[in-house]
Design a protein around this ligand. Structure first.
Ligand code: IPE
Ligand code: IPE
Ligand code: MG
Length: 248
């Protein structure tokens, strides 16, 4: 069964999970952090190359200040608490988004763990923090325009690969699978460029309930999809046969 190289997850439904139990939304975020641990560990064990977790969007800054602050506390706790797990399992921690906007109580442990894990080769765990897909494209365009203005980039050479090099995800494997929990069927500004040919799975499970068995079910579903990238099914089957012949 083909495994995706890179899985992105929109971890949604923490608030509703808590509200269903008559608890505060923050309680949902707290249990959601347990899901992050379990899913990350499982992803590493089955050999995914990369997972990218949407933890906090550019738009989430507009939530009530008390919720934003509690989320920042939980992020700090997560980064400090996961240090050993990340290092022992050879995971490289990365971040995408406007991380300079995060308070120093999050930025400091984030920078420390990114630096400490920089040479790990097991799996890349990317946290999308203060992240927006459109914001990320806008930043890339600004950097690209600066290079054109400086004369180091010839506009006639700008193609998909050139744009890609300016995105914060350029060093990651292509995004093969997107999972969104909680039943919402939208992208909410996550990895707009990278999603071009990703398979999409929407599950009703709320993020705090999402554990390794749910990830495995998604991977199984992914394995049944035929990815055509604009080609015909016949072409895909023929190229699979060729690859099989070549590899025997
Ligand atoms: C996802 O859960 C976590 C973040 C966006 C930070 P939500 O907090 O969005 O939970 P719901 O969607 O309100 O249930
Ligand atoms: C997307 O969820 C952001 C994260 C999971 C971090 P939201 O809950 O913010 O998205 P909307 O508001 O339902 O679109
Ligand atoms: Mg939500």
């Amino acid at each position: 069964m083909p495994l995706p190289r890179h899985v992105g997850i929109i971890m949604d439904g923490n608030g509703r999970w808590a509200e269903l139990r008559g608890q505060s939304r923050v309680e949902g975020h707290r249990v959601g952090a347990d899901s992050v641990r379990d899913v990350t560990r499982a992803a590493r064990e089955i050999g995914l190359e990369a997972i990218t977790l949407y933890a906090f969007s550019s738009q989430n800054w507009s939530r009530p200040a008390s919720e934003v602050s509690a989320l920042m506390d939980l992020l700090r706790e997560y980064l400090l608490g996961e240090r050993d797990e990340i290092m022992d399992n050879g995971i490289r921690l990365a971040a995408i988004g406007d991380v300079e906007r995060l308070p120093s109580r999050v930025q400091d442990p984030l920078d420390a763990l990114r630096a400490e894990s920089a040479n790990n080769t097991g799996m890349v765990l990317t946290l999308a923090l203060s992240y927006g897909g459109r914001e990320s494209i806008a930043r890339a365009v600004a950097a690209l325009a600066r290079d054109v203005a400086a004369g180091t980039l010839d506009p006639s050479t700008i193609d998909v690969d050139a744009v890609n090099r300016y995105l914060p995800t350029h060093a990651l494997p292509p995004l093969d699978l997107l999972i969104r929990t909680s039943g919402e069927q939208r992208i909410s500004n996550f990895m707009l460029w990278e999603l071009a040919y990703a398979e999409l799975i929407f599950t009703d499970v709320l993020w705090p309930d999402f554990r390794r068995q749910h990830l495995f079910a998604c991977l199984e579903q992914y394995g049944t999809r035929e990815r055509r990238f604009g080609l015909t099914s016949g072409q895909i089957v023929a190229s699979d046969v060729e690859t099989d012949v070549e590899s025997t």
